[in-house]
Ligand binder design. Structure first.
Ligand code: SF4
Length: 215
């Protein structure tokens, strides 16, 4: 793949160091249940909100059993600002229930087992594997999918295809930080509707920008 390492080196340089997403920061002190719950809360929520809510919730709970002891009403109140709070409450409860009934209250360590739990999709499974258990996988969400396609890393239709293609195209040394870097880059420059291509520091390498400027 042309330029992929050059672009990744520039992105790593820009976003290395202190800036990290909530889930990335949790990796320094991995708690697999907390990472799983935080990931489920993060769906369609801002990173700052997810962090606050996760911390507030984990002041009250530590395990799936603790979570099931909280009433739906109280849980809805705690996670309200993450959006879709009613649906998320049900998901957190059913996931906790499955963890207790099928996995002795522990978060499983394989993708197959994680995906067998209702409410856990490929992105969440990969985030848990990567951030909680240090497995070398690529957690690809809609943001990673969009940015990877714009930059020309892949030409795919959905995050699942992107994951498969990136596994072939992206050198393994970039996998660990990829999701976190793309999250920050997607927020600062490569926004979904209004990418800041004029200010973007990798615009010389970008397929999307080349089409816009006709270069
Ligand atoms: S040039 Fe524009 S589309 Fe390309 S990566 Fe930068 S912000 Fe995204």
């Amino acid at each position: 793949m042309k330029n992929i390492s050059q672009i990744m080196n520039l992105l790593e340089k820009k976003y290395s160091g202190k800036k990290r997403t909530t889930l990335n920061r949790m990796r320094t002190k991995p708690d697999s249940f907390k990472i799983l719950i935080s990931c489920l809360l993060s769906l369609q929520a801002k990173d700052e909100i997810t962090e606050k809510i996760t911390e507030r919730l984990f002041e009250k709970i530590k395990t799936p059993i603790d979570l099931l002891k909280i009433s739906d009403k109280e849980l809805e109140k705690i996670i309200f600002s993450s959006g879709h709070y009613k649906k998320k409450t049900q998901t957190l409860k059913s996931v906790s229930n499955e963890l207790i009934e099928r996995f002795d209250g522990k978060v499983p360590r394989t993708k197959k087992e994680l995906l067998s739990i209702k409410g856990i999709g490929p992105k969440t499974a990969n985030i848990v594997l990567a951030f909680a258990f240090g497995v070398s996988v690529l957690p690809i969400d809609t943001n990673c999918h969009r940015v990877s396609n714009r930059l020309g890393f892949v030409k795919t239709k959905n995050p699942e295809e992107t994951e498969k293609e990136l596994e072939k195209a992206l050198p393994k040394k970039y996998w660990k930080e990829f999701n976190g870097i793309m999250m920050l880059f997607g927020k600062e420059f490569c926004l979904p509707r209004t990418p800041k291509c004029d200010e973007c520091f990798v615009n010389d390498y970008c397929d999307f920008n080349s089409k816009l400027t006709g270069q």
